[in-house]
Design a protein around this ligand. Structure first.
Ligand SMILES: Nc1ncnc2c1ncn2[C@@H]1O[C@H](COP(=O)(O)OP(=O)(O)OP(=O)(O)O)[C@@H](O)[C@H]1O
Length: 205
C-alpha cells in the first residue's frame, strides 16, 4: 500500500492556498507536514482525506482506507469513554476497544462521561478513535494539542504500532513527536502564487 499525492492544488474559500503538492508515503512510514500558520496544512489534509474537493491533482488511495482526526475530537459528551469507542467500533465494523483504551491509558476513565474529561483526556479519547477505526491510513491534524509530555509519548507509540502493523500516517504538527523515523515535508515551497494582474494600472484605480 502506498499513498501517492500528485500535483494536488488545494483551495480555501475559493482561493488557492497550496499548488502542485506531490509526495508519497509507503506502508510503515509516517510523513509530517511542516509550515507556518495559515500556509494550508489543514486544507491539504482535508483534501487528501476527501473532506473537500481538490482543484487539481490526484490522491491515489480510496478514502475508505483513511481515518481523519481534525481539530475537533469527534466525541459525544453524554456517552462514556467506553460508549464513545464502542460507537466508533460499530460504525467502522471493528472489534474490541481494549487495545485503544490501553494505548491511550484510558482504562481508569472508561466509565466517565466524555463531557467530564479534561481537554487532554478528551484528546486522548479522540486519538483512541483512530485505533478503533482499523483503517490503515491515518490523516491527523495537530494531534498533540492539549497533550502533556507523557501523552505525546503514548501517541508516538500508538503511531509506531500502527506503522509496524502495516499502516501509514500523514500528520501536521508543530511539535517534535519524538518519531525519529518520520519524514518531514515543508509545504512552504508549494505556497500558491497570487494570480497575475491582467490590468496593472487598473489595480490602482
Ligand atoms: N473559512 C475560511 N475561508 C477562507 N479562508 C480560510 C478559511 N479558513 C482558513 N482560511 C485561510 O486558508 C489558509 C489556509 O489555512 P489552513 O487552516 O489550511 O492553514 P494551516 O497551515 O493548517 O494553519 P495552522 O498552522 O494555523 O493550523 C489560511 O491563510 C487561512 O487564513
Amino acid at each position: 500500500m502506498e499513498l501517492n499525492v500528485s500535483d494536488l492544488t488545494v483551495t480555501r474559500g475559493g482561493i488557492k492556498v497550496l499548488e502542485d503538492v506531490s509526495f508519497a508515503v509507503k506502508a510503515g512510514e509516517a510523513l509530517v507536514l511542516r509550515g507556518p500558520n495559515g500556509i494550508g496544512k489543514t486544507t491539504l489534509l482535508r483534501t487528501v482525506a476527501g473532506l473537500q474537493p481538490a482543484l487539481r491533482g490526484e490522491v491515489s488511495l480510496d478514502r475508505e482506507q483513511m481515518a481523519y482526526a481534525g481539530h475537533a475530537d469527534g466525541i459525544k459528551a453524554p456517552l462514556s469513554v467506553t460508549e464513545n469507542l464502542e460507537f466508533w467500533a460499530a460504525v467502522f465494523g471493528t472489534g474490541s476497544i481494549a487495545p485503544a483504551l490501553q494505548a491511550f491509558d484510558l482504562e481508569a476513565l472508561a466509565a466517565r462521561p466524555a463531557g467530564a474529561l479534561s481537554a487532554g483526556q478528551k484528546r486522548r479519547l479522540g486519538l483512541a478513535r483512530m485505533v478503533v477505526t482499523g483503517r490503515p491510513v491515518w490523516v491527523m491534524d495537530e494531534p498533540t494539542v492539549s497533550l502533556d509530555t507523557s501523552a505525546v509519548q503514548l501517541f508516538a507509540e500508538a503511531v509506531r504500532a500502527h506503522l509496524a502493523g502495516g499502516g501509514l500516517a500523514l500528520l501536521a504538527t508543530h511539535i517534535d513527536l519524538g518519531l525519529a523515523e518520520a519524514r518531514v515535508l515543508d509545504v512552504g515551497p508549494f505556497k500558491a502564487k497570487p494570480p497575475a494582474l491582467e490590468d496593472f494600472d487598473g489595480a490602482f484605480l
